[in-house]
Ligand binder design. Structure first.
Ligand code: NAD
Length: 316
């Protein structure tokens, strides 16, 4: 309630549609009387030498200090000589697990009615590490690193998550049939952790047989406008963000669906144990979409971002 001391949380409105959907989150949180004191940080227009990216040192310090935040999408210019913003955040804040729940929304019909799955993606190594260099002119190399430490860490996180959230099964997704050493080590770590959780069903799936990964999951329930995520770091850091990008094709037009960022905000509130308000906001979003009167264009409606946001606030 409004009488509680506000909790400081970092807010990155981000690029493209980011500021529009971040505004929506601020309005909904205010309507729900959530005691969050946003410390807002924008992406810089110049490379900050202290981070070697467009992220400012101050913004990183803000997350390290508040330990919790909400992040809008950040556009990554392709092939420029500085580090990706998202990669910088992951590395600097040690955000090792990206938790992406994906579930069917009642009242919004898609091909599948009963999707309820969570992708937990290891964020710090593998092909995504950004360890690339030129060997000689015309020949480049990308290094895929897998360590026992990071594999155990994410496997432990996944099984503990399954246990504490009442999930039945954990699937380890890999390509160990070809990448025997790297993915092989990852899988071996998953096996070891699985043994400590006999009550949770465990399976291994070669990635080719499992196209249920993150972005594609969104397609199962209605698209990228709907799917939230939360990055979990060491020392209790949680940085929630939508799965989607900055959507330059619709930026600045008041057309974006703020649901994904709002649901990311709900994940942030649950992390802060503000469960009552998390549930209130979650229900208001679900009910607004189910009612069908106000929906954004990606869900086949005609509402603007602001109209849809107002409808959620009215539900609250
Ligand atoms: P995108 O997710 O931005 O857009 C893909 C499609 O989905 C577009 O048609 C877009 O209009 C639509 N869409 C996405 N979010 C929507 C929303 N909330 N409401 C309605 N429609 C929505 O993916 P992209 O075009 O591949 O990437 C654009 C930029 O975003 C790139 O610079 C990319 O690097 C960056 N990106 C950032 C993140 C992040 O910050 N976590 C994630 C993915 C992509």
């Amino acid at each position: 309630s409004s009488s509680t001391t506000p909790i400081k949380a970092t807010l990155f409105p981000g690029d493209g549609i980011g500021p529009e959907i971040a505004e929506s989150v601020k309005q909904v949180f205010t309507a729900a009387d959530v005691a969050i004191d946003w410390d807002e940080h924008y992406v810089s227009t110049e490379v900050d030498p202290r981070t070697n990216s467009f992220l400012t040192w101050e913004s990183l310090q803000s997350v390290l200090d508040s330990k919790v935040g909400l992040k809008g999408p950040m556009a990554t210019p392709i092939g420029k000589g500085h580090r990706s913003l998202n990669l910088t955040l992951r590395k600097e804040l040690n955000l090792y697990a990206n938790v992406r729940p994906c579930y069917s929304l009642p009242g919004y019909k898609t091909r599948y009615d009963d999707v309820d799955l969570i992708t937990i993606r290891e964020n710090t190594e593998g092909e995504y590490s950004g360890l690339e260099h030129q060997v000689v002119k015309g020949v480049v190399e990308s290094i895929k690193i897998i360590t026992r430490k990071a594999s155990m860490r994410v496997a432990e996180y996944a099984f503990l998550y399954a246990k504490t959230h009442g999930r039945k099964k954990v699937s380890a997704i890999h390509k160990a049939n070809i990448m025997r050493k790297t993915d092989g080590l990852f899988l071996q770590c998953c096996d070891e952790v699985a043994e400590k959780y006999p009550e949770i069903e465990y399976e291994k799936v070669v990635i080719d047989n499992c196209y249920i990964i993150s972005d594609l999951c969104a397609g199962l329930v209605g698209g990228l406008g709907l799917t939230p995520s939360c990055n979990i770091g060491e020392d209790g850091i949680a940085l929630a963000e939508a799965v989607h990008g900055s959507a330059p094709d619709i930026a600045g037009k008041n057309l974006a669906n703020p649901t994904a960022l709002l649901l990311s905000g709900v994940m942030m509130l649950r992390h802060l144990k503000l469960n009552k308000q998390a549930e209130q906001i979650h229900s208001a979003i679900i009910n607004t979409i189910a009612e069908g009167k106000y929906r954004t264009a990606d869900l086949g409606g005609t509402s603007t971002t602001t109209e849809f946001t107002k409808a959620i606030c009215d539900h609250l």
